[in-house]
Ligand binder design. Sequence first.
Ligand code: ATP
Length: 250
Amino acid sequence: MSDIDIPESHPRYESLLTRHRIEEGVAAGITSQQGLIAQGRGEAFDYLLGEETIPSADAAERVAAAYLLAADHPVLSINGNVAALVPGEMGELAAATGADIEINLFNRTDERMETIAAHLRDHGITEVKGLTADGRIPGLDHERAKVDADGIGDADVVLVPLEDGDRAEALGEMDKIELVIDLNPLSRSAQSATVPIIDNVIRAVPNMTAHARELQDASDDELAEIIEQFDADGTLAAAEAAIRDGDADL
Ligand code: ATP
């Protein structure tokens, strides 16, 4: 048993645990009400993917790890769903890649920002960006555009899990390399990403950390070669094919 009263042998254990964490996130003021809707949408795609990391997603996670390791200033963006689902795991990925962590909310309130920052600190993340909000993403309305000038504002590579399409596109227009985790290969976020990762954030983040650890001694040339060989369109097509032709057996 884990933090819910369901045996780990239950065939839908991971899905039920995810749902439970989101519910708790809403109750704690970490996740927004809209986060529940995003979760439901994600679950449907995950079901069709067989609730597993398909090979093209694993390959994209390795490429994303290479990008983070090769970056001058990588930043991992955290929203209310990510904070509820994988707070400690994001901290481990940041440690493995030397990335900063920044809270970036669609529905930003000072209270939610502070609640999430405290939650992340409880999970061992000592430096949390996003509270200063002295930078802006051009082309978005005021609240949604806020970033830290020395965080996402200055980053060359940004990991944006579960991002909404407008902001993903606006970040892309700032010439930032965007690594997007999104279970929907047709979402605008996935479509506009440099590296679309079509996987559940619960599986994707620890797997990226494992790849980053495996690549930690790789040379700049080796990282560049991994990056060079990546095919974003092929990755999206492979995920869509898995969903459409899938033999999910749950
Ligand atoms: P777009 O504008 O890009 O089309 P959207 O506005 O439809 O996106 P939301 O409804 O905000 O996006 O949902 C966020 C996205 O996050 C959805 O595409 C959903 O599939 C995805 N998602 C939800 N939960 C998870 C999860 N646990 N892991 C990965 N992706 C998830």
